[in-house]
Design a protein around this ligand. Sequence first.
Ligand code: F6P
Ligand code: MG
Length: 456
Amino acid sequence: MSVQLPSPYYNDDKKSFAYPTVHKRWPTIIEGAIDDLNQANSAKKTSSGEQIVAQLKQLLADFKNDGLVQSFSEAQISANADLAFYNTHLETLNGLKKVTWLTGPWLYLECYLYQLIHAFFLEHTEWRNYDIFERLKNKTFRQSELGVLELSKRYEVLNKQLTTEKVDDESLQILFSEFIDISLWGNATDLSLLAGNVTLEDIKSVQGAEVRKKNEKNILANDLPTAWKHLVSGKNSRIDIVLDNSGFELFADLIFTLFVLDSKLVNEVHLHCKEIPWFVSDTMPKDFDALLDQLVDPTFYSTVQKNKDDAHSLQLLHSKLAEYHQQKKIVVQHHGFWTLSCNFWDIPKFDDLYEELLKSDLVIFKGDLNYRKLTGDLNWEKTTPFLTAIQDLAWSKLPVLSLRTCKADVVVGLPEGVNERLIEEYKAAGNEVGEFWTSSGKWAVISFSSGTGVSA
Ligand code: F6P
Ligand code: MG
């Protein structure tokens, strides 16, 4: 007997973060993209560049007028076969209710939006590989100088400890929690949430050890001890990270990666990237390469580079990362699945990806969008067990660990009464919609499923 699933979040639900997203954040992101493109095109003055600007402006108008969402054309599909999948999905959704920009299902439309923007660029040979968000990604990573330096210093101490002292199991578990924490809160720097207007203060307010300490109590569900037990009781050979944002978050994930490799907790870490510019700041393979270069580029972190000790910390990080990468202990992968509109309980239907992930002892899913796709972005009761919300993935044999700061509506696995308390608290703090605590980025969840269908 199939059980009825909850409905998804829709863009016209004023109590959903979809509403401000479609009315304010998407337009801001598109306007930013237009500015970037005008800047990039100002020297070249290509008519193709102007054509893309016109398409982006049309998109802004379509949002305003609540236009019908169109299927991708044959020409667009021949440039990117994944778009056929979007058309099939759209047909199913249209069968339920005509999909328009302001009323359709949030998750599908947000994925569709980034594919549509990419399709505009794919039409023109000279723009095929252009990343419209690259300038913004780099700018924000440059502004993360203090956070980067702080973590580099922490890594330097760790590296020394691991090479000179014998670390017992208890200390290893404590270190594991610390570096997971670094990776988790690295997700708080997200350009699509900050929607372009990032100040240095914004960045400092979400990076750094002090902030992480303060935020400890904001982790509302924490399955990390179970995940740890699972990891150390297995063959401990490989961790996979389904990455989220490039820049500071990727940097934090790489610090975690160095910890698990240096400590010999595992032998390999596989990093899974997006193939196209995605949700503004998501990591593409070239962003990994760029980050490595930026760490030792004398002009990138010029203040850090001027101080010999600080420069040495970055140099150490760079050489360790480059060495592991070269030894294939860090493997950078990409797959078109990550930019489809699928829920992650569909992973087993994608044979090549599924087989690859089955080789892993722990698959870490970073960030908000990955969590939305793990749980289908459905309107689950907040007390629903994580294993219920991820559906077939719970029996898939894939050991899943989700590290997520909450930036959207869906949250599961909460103890009774927590949601109600936070709605009240968030309202009392002067916010109009109490329910939006879930999308403020101030709270987090760490959720685990062993893949055997039982909560270990
Ligand atoms: O703030 C909401 C949002 O744009 C969501 O649409 C999306 O899930 C999220 O931000 C992206 O965040 P992350 O980079 O953590 O996946
Ligand atoms: Mg992201």
